[in-house]
Write a protein that binds this ligand. Sequence first.
Ligand SMILES: Cc1cc2nc3c(=O)[nH]c(=O)nc-3n(C[C@H](O)[C@H](O)[C@H](O)COP(=O)(O)O)c2cc1C
Length: 233
Amino acid sequence: MEKITRRQFIVKSSMIAGGTIGSMAFGSELLYPQKARASEVAFPESSCGPQKSSNKKILIAYASFCGTTGGVAEAIGQVLCEKGAAVDVRLVKNIHDISIYDAAVIGSAVRSSSWWPEAVEFVKRNQETFHRIPVAYFLTCLALYNHNEGSRKVARSYMDPVLKAAPSVQPVDMGLFCGVLDYSKLSFMYRTVMKSKMKKQGVPEGDFRDWNAIRAWAKNLQAPLIGSSERER
Ligand SMILES: Cc1cc2nc3c(=O)[nH]c(=O)nc-3n(C[C@H](O)[C@H](O)[C@H](O)COP(=O)(O)O)c2cc1C
């Protein structure tokens, strides 16, 4: 066996230890993407509106990485409640029975130019039901930080994977909204990648959700999702 000096032994041992710790940290982030965000991230779920059988029941389903798309989902839900519907806001992974809903609004944060895979999968899995009831889609992304025709085109293209995965579902409308960039919610690996990407694109850290635009879009969903029989406000 090759003899090594004490100094070589220390250098080699530290390299092996460093490599092991590094691969454990990054490996677990890659294997378990939920570990890629900070632990304090919250994903809001709520219900509002009259829970009477005569009222339309609407599902607002969303997928999110850092939780902020949940705020958009709740704002949309609030508007539809004010219009007389009974609304449940839920994370897609917690939804088991969609048969109780008369309509649905489904949205997701964008990751790598698409809705989160779990949101696409949710629509694909339930497309038979979503084909029969009115459905609207929305997304949050950072491409819309720059407001112009090109960025809207890019944001609109983020819907292509879900439209392709469930072609029988024809959304009555698609809401494209700017989202949030909050590095404190990302793990070291994602923070490093996003910082370099966002710097190149000139996107600063911040909350870019336009609540007026989000509420205005939700108001326009009243007619297709609830119909004219519910109370006007
Ligand atoms: C890992 C990662 C990948 C992302 N990829 C894109 C992308 O391809 N295009 C884009 O416009 N925004 C992208 N974003 C921005 C998010 O869509 C945006 O920050 C969103 O508001 C996050 O919502 P959330 O807090 O619900 O996860 C990405 C964000 C992260 C963390």
